[in-house]
Design a binder for this molecule. Structure first.
Ligand SMILES: C[S@@+](CC[C@H](N)C(=O)[O-])C[C@H]1O[C@@H](n2cnc3c(N)ncnc32)[C@H](O)[C@@H]1O
Length: 274
């Protein structure tokens, strides 16, 4: 097997869904695009600890489909195995799961195999220079007629740089190293460009929703309770808002209080067909 990726996710232990404030409505929109049915072959690429599977079981029941969870961090896969085991015990028969420790940039998977590939909050983990290769390789493992579903920040020219800097500063303060090198957020038109170049057709934004970032939610999860780091991040964000034009600033900067800054961005579910 090819070498798996080594990164900060080997130690990062956060509950993304709670920290981010994801809702069942967002997951229902995702499920509407995944079209889970018995026998379906799904790949959750960069799927972390497979929280998506937990939501599928919660919202759709124990559908007997094939779920391959691929992640570059063994730590995330182990976390997934433990929580899936607990859930599946009460939901038999259910999905058939494989936990695959692989680098998404060196996938060791069959060609033309999956009905659907999902990348949820994963595309930004791949450096810009390697993004097209990732999309090409995803294209190769999807069956003709199958789909590629992406859940990602829904960024425009007006907010991309600001959003990227806010996250970069948080990652720096939290002491991550690989994130600082690898992470790259794309504009929607860049995502659509990668899709088209890889050979996908009908790329579409299917569902858009707010992502409310509350800096206080990162205090325990990312800064280990260090209030000084949170306060440095808050100061830095306020400085960065100076670069925004007035209308965008009003839209993004929802509220500021002593310990928390509430910023509002967009996220979206995109879909394309092979
Ligand atoms: C932000 S998390 C998202 C996890 C999950 N999709 C979710 O939304 O809950 C990004 C995931 O991508 C994985 N990852 C980062 N780089 C990777 C790579 N080159 N190959 C495979 N997985 C990678 C990380 O280990 C992490 O689990």
């Amino acid at each position: 097997m090819k070498a798996a990726v080594k990164n900060d996710y080997e130690t990062r232990n956060v509950n993304f869904s709670v920290m981010i404030g994801e809702t069942n409505e967002q997951y229902m929109a995702l499920l509407n695009n995944l079209n889970i049915e018995p026998g379906l072959k799904m790949l959750d690429l960069g799927g972390g600890y497979g929280f998506v599977l937990e939501k599928i079981i919660e919202l759709k029941g124990a559908v007997p489909f094939h779920y391959d969870l691929v992640d570059g961090a063994q730590h995330q896969l182990n976390k997934g195995k433990t929580s899936h085991l607990a859930i599946l015990n009460n939901n038999r028969p259910g999905p058939e799961i494989r936990y695959l420790h692989q680098n998404a940039l060196e996938l060791d998977l069959p060609q033309n195999y999956y009905d659907v590939v999902l990348c949820k909050m994963f595309i930004h983990e791949i450096p810009e220079a390697k993004k097209q290769a990732l999309f090409n390789s995803i294209y190769s493992v999807i069956k003709p007629g199958g789909s590629f579903v992406i859940w990602a920040p829904d960024l425009s020219v007006a907010d991309k740089d600001f959003y990227s800097k806010v996250i970069f500063e948080k990652d720096k303060l939290a002491g991550y190293t690989s994130f600082l090198i690898n992470r790259h957020f794309s504009l929607n038109e860049e995502l659509f460009g990668y899709l088209k170049q890889a050979g996908f057709t009908q790329p579409e934004k299917k569902h858009s929703f707010f992502y409310d970032l509350h800096t206080i939610n990162r205090l325990q999860e990312e800064f280990g309770g260090d209030e000084n780091k949170l306060s440095q991040w808050n100061d830095c964000i306020l400085k960065l808002t100076a670069s925004l034009n007035e209308d965008i600033r009003k839209k993004i900067l929802v509220a500021i209080d002593k310990t928390n800054i509430h910023l509002r961005f967009n996220r979206a579910i995109f879909k394309a067909i092979k």
